[in-house]
Design a protein around this ligand. Structure first.
Ligand code: AMP
Length: 415
């Protein structure tokens, strides 16, 4: 025997019994985002590496160590997409969407790739649903996006806590950055090696550090929120007033920084108390400089992304149970296979779910199988016609084989 080949670490198969929940989630996203005017956009799984280097930021963990990057065979460097915002912005520019009525509202769902250490809720290939609204600075767009994410989570019965902050405009952030670098340098002895090495490169990430020493230092660090301009503050206050109007609970968290460099002003994260270490279910924010950094016209934008696997883990109840089997057609003898097929087909054409024995099992085996499928009715085709059994009540009726579909339909659709 040859050695068994396994799926790569950090990847997973989506098994048939898991598809229904995923479909339910995709339908909920389509319904909720579609109702607010978001249209689905699909971008390629791989993009020019430069898109993420520039779009996500050279200093980020994602670009520094988590991307699957390779030569496409023609001397060009391509990367499996680690996130969805930069690709959507690229598509916006490439298709001249700035000429459309603004904001352009787009949503997506698909696989993303990051070389992270795998653990529960953290994979190397994972799925995200996300949305981006491009072309408006209006705080109402930020509020709308946040409310839509909240609605999506609520529809899926996912309990979350919303943290919110403002990273201000790039100017305020640049000035603050100097201040933070000076503070970190003054306390460098107490910082973790990783944070110390990145004081210049990405000082804001120190707020996200997991080690106690760094956390103790950061508790005293100057906060960006205190350095934002009055205009940034007004923008933030309008966003939060709209969330309040909608009755959404939120908390301000001045230490909230996100793993991607492009954010300006609003940043937010939804966490689920039902998840372990990987508690972030979704997050996002505003990125007013990103489209321009990618070579497009100056265009503000705001968006979110949420992890499908984490949403499924956090869902108190899965969005959709596997489809019911309304009728299972069992065959007392194999010679009734054609009649069985006709009945199952007729019932399916009438809009119900029906299955027919396909594996040559004994009658006992067939009834056991029907039980496992939780079939509502079982029809046994035999020499005397059909016996139709209502599996809920246990009632059993003999009838002509041809009468089975009508009896099932009557039973399933009470008048
Ligand atoms: P981010 O793009 O990093 O803001 O991530 C947005 C959301 O995607 C997170 O809140 C997670 O739900 C999900 N996510 C990010 N990275 C992973 C991963 N490696 N595995 C599974 N889900 C992830």
């Amino acid at each position: 025997m040859s050695e068994r080949i396994q799926a790569p670490r950090g990847t997973f198969d989506v098994l048939p019994q898991e598809e229904a929940a995923r479909d339910g989630l995709a339908r909920a996203a389509q319904r909720i985002l579609g109702a607010a005017g978001y249209q689905r956009l699909e971008t390629p799984i791989f993009e020019a590496t430069e898109l993420f280097a520039r779009g996500v930021g050279e200093a980020t963990d994602i670009v520094r160590k988590e991307m699957y990057t390779f030569d496409d065979g023609g001397g060009r460097s391509v990367t499996l997409r680690p996130e969805g915002t930069a690709p959507v912005c690229r598509a916006y520019v490439e298709h001249g969407m700035h000429k459309l009525a603004q904001p352009v509202k787009l949503w997506y769902l698909g696989p993303f790739f990051r070389r992270e250490a795998p653990q529960k809720g953290r994979y190397r290939q994972f799925f995200q649903v996300g949305a981006e609204a491009l072309g408006s600075e209006d705080p109402a767009v930020d509020a709308e996006i946040i409310l839509l994410v909240a609605e999506l989570f609520e529809a899926l019965r996912i309990h979350t806590r919303l943290r919110l902050s403002s990273l201000g405009s790039p100017e305020a952030r640049a000035a603050y950055r100097e201040q933070l670098v000076a503070f970190l340098r003054a306390h460098s002895d107490a910082l973790s090696a990783d944070v110390r090495e990145r004081i210049e490169l990405n000082p804001l990430r120190a707020f996200d550090a997991k080690d106690r020493g760094t956390q103790a230092v950061m508790a005293e660090a100057p906060r960006l929120f205190g350095a934002i301009t009055p205009e940034d503050r007004e923008h933030f206050d309008t966003v939060t007033a709209m969330l309040d109007d909608a009755g959404l609970t939120w908390e301000r968290d001045e230490t909230l920084v996100r793993g991607l460099d492009y954010y300006t002003r609003t940043v937010f994260e939804f966490e689920s108390p039902d998840l372990g270490a990987q508690s972030g279910v979704g997050g996002g924010g505003r990125y007013d400089g990103l489209v321009e950094a990618l070579g497009g016209p100056a265009t503000p934008g705001v968006g979110f992304a949420a992890g499908i696997e984490r949403m499924l883990l956090a869902a108190a109840q899965q969005p959709d149970a596997p489809p019911d089997v309304d009728l299972y057609v069992a065959l007392a003898k194999p010679q009734y296979a054609r009649e069985g097929m006709r009945i199952a087909t007729e019932v399916r054409q009438a809009g119900l779910n029906a299955q027919v024995e396909l594996a040559g099992r004994s009658l006992k085996g067939q009834l056991k199988h029907a039980d496992r499928l939780h079939a509502r009715y079982v029809a046994i085709l035999g020499d005397e016609g059909a016996q139709l059994k209502d599996m809920d009540s246990g009632e059993q009726h003999e009838m002509e084989t041809g009468a089975v579909p009508a009896a099932v339909l009557r039973g399933e659709r009470p008048v």
